[in-house]
Design a protein around this ligand. Structure first.
Ligand code: HEC
Length: 285
């Protein structure tokens, strides 16, 4: 007996023009859609070169203390970065996921609890007095810095239509985040002669399109550091990016420590297993 050859009859008699016709009509429709999709993609690709002139410049390569398997945050840089954030960036950007209580967290800027409380107390919020009237009360460890604007419309109205994003996770939300934000902050320049600027826009080649609604926020000596560090634009940018990266990844140091511990454990385990295997099989060879 030869092998049984499978043929369409195995499925039983198909009603002519029934299911088969339906299936093939369905296939034609799918093929049609695929073709439409492909031509759509092709036309997108054709538009690309036109955009290329406004493509963002690749960010500067900065050496960060928090990179690499043993990376940690520089405490003084985190504290200076917080100062830059609150004195400069906070007038336009919120930082919704960092409370004053986080400022004394392990792995963070290393403020003492008393310092963090004092920082919170510098700001007010709406509260109630004894008769239930709304009055200003000091912020506490559970609060964040005050939002600069009441709502999105107010934020856009104050910034020529552009919306300053919340900066809690910005270094994670952009490719090469820390390098990118650093480059953006230090990358403002006069527009080249052939570039026509839109109203209220600022020239910055690190931003897609090269025109950004944010005016250059940093200038030399924009802040005065308590530890005497010269406040150049590069230093201010370095510090605020370090701070923002901690805000985006507050457990970075703990994560790297765990990773290292796991690696050491695995190496020791491999040595032990190799030794045990050699002993057990020694007599068999
Ligand atoms: C005068 C208001 C203002 C100040 C001060 C300001 N920004 Fe902005 N920022 C904006 C606006 C507006 C945008 C949105 C720009 C746009 O979309 O064109 C923005 C966007 C950004 C972006 C996002 C860029 C992107 O890729 O979308 C980052 C990062 C940023 N700001 C960081 C900072 C930092 C850090 C500081 C403090 C050193 C700061 N900004 C100070 C108004 C401000």
């Amino acid at each position: 007996m030869g092998k049984r050859v499978r043929n369409d009859n195995d499925r039983g008699p198909a009603p002519r023009g029934g299911l088969n016709m339906l299936q093939s009509r369905h296939h034609t429709r799918v093929r049609g859609r695929l073709a439409a999709l492909a031509s759509g993609l092709l036309s997108l690709a054709a538009v690309q070169p036109a955009l290329a002139s406004g493509d963002a410049m690749p960010p500067k390569e900065i050496e960060w203390s928090f990179e690499g398997p043993l990376g940690t945050f520089e405490r003084p840089a985190l504290q200076r970065g917080f100062q830059v954030f609150k004195e400069v960036c906070a007038s336009c950007h919120s930082l919704k996921y960092v409370t004053f209580g986080n400022l004394d967290d392990e792995g963070g800027p290393g403020f003492t609890t008393a310092e963090a409380k004092a920082l919170a107390g510098e700001y007010q919020k709406d509260g109630l007095d004894d008769s239930g009237e709304i009055k200003e009360i000091p912020r506490t460890m559970a609060d964040t810095l005050p939002d600069p604007y009441a709502n999105e419309k107010a934020a856009r109205a104050a910034n020529g239509g552009a919306l300053p994003p919340d900066l809690s996770v910005i270094t994670k939300a952009r490719e090469e985040g820390p390098n990118y934000v650093y480059s953006l902050l230090t990358g403002y320049s006069d527009p080249p002669a052939d570039v026509e600027m839109r109203a209220g826009m600022n020239y910055n080649p690190y931003f897609t399109g090269h025109q950004i609604g944010m005016p250059a926020p940093l200038t030399p000596d924009r802040v005065t550091y308590a530890d005497g560090t010269p406040a150049t634009v590069e230093q201010e940018a370095h510090d605020v990016v370090t701070f923002l990266h901690w805000a985006a990844e507050p457990k970075l140091e703990a994560r790297k420590r765990t990773g290292l511990t796991v690696m050491i454990y695995l190496v020791l385990l491999s040595v032990l297993l190799y030794w045990a295997k050699s002993r057990i099989w020694r007599d068999a060879h």
